[in-house]
Design a protein around this ligand. Sequence first.
Ligand code: FEO
Length: 396
Amino acid sequence: MHKIFNVSEDIYYIGVNDRKTELFENMWPLPKGIAYNSYLIKDEKVALVDGVEIGQVEKYLKKIRAIIGDQAIDYLIINHMEPDHGGAIDIIKKLYPDIKIVGNKKTLQMLEGYFGITDNIVEVKDKGELNLGKHTLNFYTMPMVHWPEVMTTYDNIDKILFSADAFGSFGTIDGGIFDDQFDFDANIDEMRRYYSNIVGKYGSPVQKALSKFTKLGIDIKIIASTHGHIIRENIDKVLSLYNQWSTHEGQKGVVVAYASMYGNTEDMAEAVAHGLADSGINNIVLYDVSKTHSSYIISDVFKYKGVILASPTYCNELHPNMESLITKFEHMGVANKLLGIVGSFSWASAAVKKLNVFAENIKWDLVSDAVEEKHALKEEKYEACYNLGKTMAEKL
Ligand code: FEO
């Protein structure tokens, strides 16, 4: 027994919720689960748009059969090959041996590489089209949002953009499938966490995709991503958020991320926060990098303009958890941030030096010289940390 969800008259939502997986890509926490979205277009020809993660395939097939029974499926359109969508391709192909798989040149290379599939293929080019009867689909490549083969599929009748990972979110779909059927604004943090963790490195490709949609004058009434709710009421808001996030334009606020073994570096981080607060900054978030998963810290660094990094020296290096965090910032190419550095040590100083090298490599603007303390935080360095907070506030 399955509820049948219509996205439009001929287009159905056949996605599945995953509440069991703890870590997306075996890395990013999923406290609210995740949805793998797929769509079925029932026209003269039947087409699937994207698939699901392999562990969910039984549920997925039941949803398909609830709509088309034993009818054949003509096309499987692959917008994105990552296994959370493409993992069950060979199972679908075995069950529907005449199905034609639709993808671009790069998709087809991956199809062969992952599954050895080379037959019953329809290769499409950028702006190519496929007629299903009443519906004509157009394909627009969107490389590196999030893999090189990514493309979007656009339905010309219902003005639906099947956007692959773009505009997706962590979190399952609990009840209604549309954005106006849940508290969309309350979910923006999860949408940004998804964007920053998964697609965040590819800000420039996201910008290219956004301007491509604008230049081509694509009229989008519905955005149907591969994750999260289907968007029909908040399209302008979502496009604007993506524009903001992909240009790394942070809001006025500061993430203070610290590592601390015995509380001395934490005292320094708090002193900076006091200076920020006394200077009128309301959005201050302090994170202990050993307690909070980097997923959430990265997401807030995408949200806010200011970053304070605080670390003790550990084995003549940075604290390993701080090192891990800044490595992720470097991998993701996070840009356009104002940075303040504080650090402590007990007998040999290294942390501040390492954080200064990080600042230089990533090209974030240092708001002032780093503050460094030996042993416990004392009055003079408390003032220096406090003033660092004030200086950051002035520059925001
Ligand atoms: Fe949802 Fe890049 O896969």
